[in-house]
Design a protein around this ligand. Structure first.
Ligand SMILES: [Zn+2]
Ligand SMILES: [Zn+2]
Length: 352
């Protein structure tokens, strides 16, 4: 039995610890409340600005050039799609993450206060893609293949074979849900193609990330355009209208931010069957290749159906690839090396 003095000290230690815990909890709740109120205020202001901007801006613009009428339609949807990502989805994903993991563990802090070399690449890549450099590089690297318009092909099919599939009669939210399901199916198979030895050097660029960070979702090699053919073409052929494609893309972008966040959650049954969770996506990014790679689908149902569902992980799992990467703000060297690896691998295998 400990002497009475020691007992007293232990009791006061316990008291001190629980007081500290209460203070910590209170601070955390204060932090969370500030984040939620700030996000709600920001969303309100944004919605207001949105309304005003759309009242001032027409949805269709027509120019008359040399006797031809040039029409730009769906302007509101186009702007909404692009501006939503930068002005709302990204801030919301960053704030949501802060809410779950706190400031210390957040992508925001890791981007602006203690960026690792891997996260510096993500920042450079995000800025370059927002400035459309990645898009232009992709067109150059793949000789303009990404400029093929899926809607032109759809029009050509309609003119040549006289058939057209359309879900335009359904309410918009139902169309978005339906086409998200279709999109995720094609995305699942595209992602599996990306992991084959032919396309891996290009997709490897995304997997090279050593830290998860919300904007890691943007790090895709510009020449990795398999998805263009395996997702966008079938989607347009199956009757997705340009507006629905924009909203499905917005949903996919938002999910991309969330699954690359540092939130340590598998989302329970929702993450098992409806939408992929950050920890399941982390398992997809694992460095250890002694077990097969799984969790390819942003809708996990496809992994269950096609046998690539493996189980659970947490944010402590080490991610990355064996191939050495330079990382950092200068992204050119790694990009060119991977592009070179793709073509040399492609021709070497074809010749053998
Ligand atoms: Zn992958
Ligand atoms: Zn990823």
């Amino acid at each position: 039995m400990p002497p009475p003095g020691e007992l007293q000290a232990t009791a006061s230690d316990v008291g001190l610890r629980s007081w500290a815990r209460t203070r910590r909890d209170a601070r955390r709740w204060r932090e969370r409340t500030i984040i939620v109120v700030a996000l709600a205020l920001y969303a309100g202001l944004l919605a207001l600005a949105w309304q005003v901007a759309f009242k001032l801006l027409p949805d269709t613009l027509t120019w008359h050039v040399a006797g031809h009428a040039l029409r730009l339609a769906n302007i509101h949807d186009r702007i909404a799609g692009n501006a939503l990502v930068m002005l709302f989805l990204l801030p919301a994903a960053l704030w949501l993450e802060c809410l779950f993991v706190g400031w210390r563990g957040s992508s925001l802090r890791h981007m602006f206060v203690v960026p690792s070399a891997s996260i510096r690449t993500d920042i450079a890549f995000f800025l370059l893609s927002q400035a459309h450099f990645i898009d232009i590089a992709g067109k150059l690297m793949m000789l303009g293949a990404s400029m093929i318009s899926s809607f032109l092909i759809r029009d050509w099919l309609r003119a040549s074979f006289g058939f057209e599939i359309s879900a335009a009669g359904l309410p918009l939210p139902l169309q978005i849900a339906l086409y998200f399901a279709i999109y995720s199916f094609f995305d699942y198979w595209t992602h599996r193609v990306d992991h084959t030895r032919y396309f891996w050097p290009l997709h490897r660029y995304h997997h090279a990330a050593q830290d998860f960070c919300v904007i890691n979702a943007n790090r895709e090699h510009p020449a990795a355009i398999v998805s263009l053919f395996l997702i966008n073409l079938p989607m347009a052929t199956l009757g997705a209208t340009p507006a629905v494609m924009i909203y499905v893309n917005v949903t996919v972008t938002a999910l991309g931010f969330i699954i690359h966040s540092r939130i340590n959650s598998d989302f329970g049954w929702f993450g098992r069957y409806v939408l992929q969770s950050p920890t399941h996506h982390r398992l997809h990014h694992k460095l250890d290749m002694s077990h097969p790679t799984g969790h390819f689908g942003m809708a996990p149902i496809w992994d269950h159906l096609f046998g690539t569902w493996y189980g659970d992980a947490d944010q402590s799992l080490v991610i990355g690839v064996e191939t050495p990467y330079r990382h950092g703000f200068w992204v050119g060297a790694d990009l060119v090396r991977d592009y070179w690896d793709f073509w040399t691998g492609f021709f070497r295998r074809r010749a053998s």
